[in-house]
Design a protein around this ligand. Structure first.
Ligand code: F3S
Length: 397
């Protein structure tokens, strides 16, 4: 790789051990993927924050890096294993909380903003069109590349941290024009509405791409999509297909930048949506947990939940998972009080997947296809997908 004199100094250790280690990671990655050079990044999103995933070895690694590592660019954190303020009410044990706080303290020492959210783009880590970034949360990566038109590969925890400490990333993959064109034309021949249905669509497209061994769909037939629907779609298509970039005709910013693919076409009809929805509803289901906010709920979604819950009482455990800055807006707007008076709980900084709640509930109802996948695979829950209105109905019935 061609490195600048500053990058060479970083590699030789002139900026300290953490930066040197980071440069070793980034140059190794660059060489593996034939990057010619590095590119400056506007911001970083770090994943792998839950102590449940990191364990003691991960905490030790972070503590070591934090000894002399300081971030050079705006850097935010993915959800942690618990709400940092409300963990006791959510049933998290004290030993886990202590270790989780050590992890977050290590990131804070490096200058990382401890937002603990998978929707950094909703709370200020918001790149603009064409900007290079290094993000490591699959749903956010897909959103940044596709909906914003920023450029990032799907980073791992260590490479994202390395970019945060150096301000650069190797220029390969989705940073280059030639790797961003659509490969499969997907024609959607049915109306798609709501976060749940966009999640269902993401599952169909993700699985189809997997069968075809392709990564970038070019989607037609969607006439309108909200931010919330797109974030749900991103989470789903990334979960079921490993997709980090899609184009949606008339909706995403790069849809007419590259030629429309014409050699492979897939049609999606109402029957496909119905069949896939039924795959996300388990039989013999006993729902004792409802969670909304995968990816983290926007203020718009929280306002809607408050409206639906006003004057009611929930009878089941009901979490609204969101970023703490979004929760603070909800507090000021009075939405939090309505929601908490109804007996539902905010779980800021965390979510129903990364929190250590395996086996604690029998069945979960969500509006997210991604949460269905991990609810089954990681937490061993039975699952049901449905619109937000039905999730709230389920919680109060
Ligand atoms: Fe975010 Fe957790 Fe879903 S990290 S995308 S809320 S699984």
């Amino acid at each position: 790789m061609k490195l600048t004199s500053e990058e060479l100094d970083m590699l030789e250790g002139k900026y300290g051990k953490a930066v040197q280690k980071s440069m070793e990671i980034l140059t190794t990655l660059g060489e593996i993927f034939d990057a010619e050079n590095m590119v400056d990044v506007y911001g970083v999103q770090i994943a792998g924050v839950s102590y449940a995933n990191l364990g003691e070895a991960g905490l030790e690694f972070l503590s070591e890096i934090a000894e002399d590592g300081k971030v050079r660019v705006l850097t935010t954190l993915n959800p942690a294993g618990m709400d940092r303020e409300n963990w006791q009410a959510l049933g998290i044990d004290e030993e886990f909380a202590k270790n989780q706080n050590h992890v977050i303290d290590a990131f804070a020492k490096m200058g990382v903003i401890t937002t603990c959210s998978c929707t950094p783009y909703l709370i200020g880590n918001t790149p603009h069109y064409g900007q290079h970034i290094a993000w490591a949360e699959s749903s956010a990566v897909c959103y940044a590349n596709s909906v914003i038109g920023a450029r990032t590969n799907r980073e791992g925890g260590p490479s994202a941290l390395a970019s945060a400490l150096t301000g650069i990333t190797p220029k390969y993959g989705y940073h280059l024009d030639e790797n961003r064109h659509g490969e499969v034309l997907i024609k959607v021949n049915a109306p798609v509405n709501g976060t749940d249905e966009f999640g269902v669509l993401g599952k169909i497209i993700g699985e189809k791409l997997g069968e075809l061994e392709k990564k970038i769909p070019y989607i037609t037939g969607i006439t309108n999509a909200t931010v919330e629907e797109l974030k749900s779609f991103c989470a789903s298509v990334a979960t079921y297909g490993g997709t980090a970039l899609f184009h949606m005709e008339g909706i995403t910013p790069e849809y007419n930048r590259y030629p429309k693919p014409s050699n492979i076409t897939v049609e999606i009809n109402q029957e496909d949506l119905d069949k896939t929805r039924s795959e996300l509803i388990d039989e013999d289901l006993e729902i004792d947990f409802v969670s909304i906010g995968c990816p983290h709920a926007s203020i718009h979604e929280i306002e809607k939940i408050a409206r639906l819950l006003k004057g009611k009482k929930v009878k089941k455990e009901f979490w609204i998972t969101t970023a703490r800055p979004t929760k603070r807006i909800a507090d000021e707007a009075g939405y939090s009080k309505i929601i908490e008076d109804a007996g539902a709980k905010f779980a800021a900084d965390t979510c129903c997947v990364v929190a250590p709640i395996k086996g604690r509930f029998k069945g979960i109802m969500v509006d997210s296809a991604k949460a269905c996948y991990y609810g089954r695979a990681k937490n061993k829950f039975k699952v049901k997908i449905g619109p937000v209105e039905e999730c709230v109905e389920e919680a109060i019935k």
